[in-house]
Design a protein around this ligand. Sequence first.
Ligand code: GLU
Length: 476
Amino acid sequence: MTENREPTFRESVDLMFNRAVSIMDLPPGLEEKIRVCNATYTVRFGVRLRGRIQTFTGYRSVHSEHMEPVKGGIRYALAVNQDEVEALAALMTYKCALVEAPFGGSKGGLCLDPSQYEEHELEQITRRFAYELAKRDLIDPSQNVPAPDMGTGEREMAWIADQYRRMNTSDINASGCVTGKPIHAGGIHGRVEATGRGVQYALQEFFRHPEDIEKAGLEGTLEGKRVIVQGLGNVGYHAAKFLSQEDGARIVAVVERDGALIDDMGLDVEAVRNWISAHHGVSGYADAKYVADGAKVLEMECDILIPAALEGVINVSNADAVQARLIIEAANGPITAGADEILRRKGVVIIPDLYANAGGVTVSYFEWVKNLSHIRFGRMQRRQEEARHQLLVNELERLDRYLGDSWSMTPHFKEKYLRGAGELELVRSGLDDTMRIAYQSMREVWHARDDVTDLRTAAYLVAIDRVALSYREKGL
Ligand code: GLU
């Protein structure tokens, strides 16, 4: 790779994969079997809109079927192309393996700019795309389960689920054909913010390990850390909101398409988000310094950089200038393979995408399980848990009366302790546990092996090892 020839996104993912397998001991040929994309389906379909037929191009790529169904989002963007969809599908395989979500990897995309269409037009387009995919088992609760990604959300998932149901009227598991649905259409609490929440849990776990904090040249906790967020979409917004409101981190800059906002004291994430929704950009926001050259802000001094938008934003042209000590890849592929090398040499710690943004698919996994089990999490045990807690509270209250003024229960203990976990609490607990365990599996490899000097290689090692194991179990 030369300075002026960046690899494509897919080449970048393959280069990272190759780095890991070069220090693994896989049976001959298995490495290639895992690396390649099994199949990519391209569909071109016409929809009658505004008095003429418009043709759209869409993709669904299946990277690995070592476990089924395969899983991964559907993206709506003009830049969607086969290379990108295949890179994203490969990342899904490794992501699912790393967080032990029992899926193979897949991804889909439709080339269109959603902002150019009315809601009813988008519905028509989505239903037609879903029809094309469902008829080839590329949407199916046991074969291939899409989810939201850039440019899509709950609304599109509800249309897809409904379209599948119309085509499969007797499938009792129909609602498990797609995840990220609204609650009323079989969704799960906590899915919308899951990826951002996962980024927060990943950072919390990182800051539980003093050795790791030291490797990044940082100290202390998340409290007061200066954070730059690139992209205040669903993932960036939730990550920034939770980190600032719950962990005391300072969001010192937000970089968007039309420039960046800077405030050393910490931006009001909610206010910035509202401004962006109303004005389609950050310019004009009065309570912070505005800089038109957003890319330059990525190079500003800070503790943590969170690229949460597009792939390739940190590349060979700017990697050297990046000053962050810790980068957490909330987006997929925001750092190119060339930039990764430069940053590693500089000693920057990178929490890699296949781990950092796995919160989305983790909660998708919970949603799919909920759909297949046809029951909301917590429905059976919540009141029983509360009744048992009530027994203990009754005893404590008896003690309280007996001991008089010398002892009393901590304020709010009773109501907090009495409340049994509902679906949202269980989803958060499951996500937190997943993010902690996956981090620990990566860091164990990172610290134990001299030939593994970064978390990305460690993450790939863990993931590829698990994929290889399931191929071996299949007799391959
Ligand atoms: N699109 C998300 C991702 O890239 C979520 C995938 C899913 O939930 O299946 O991880």
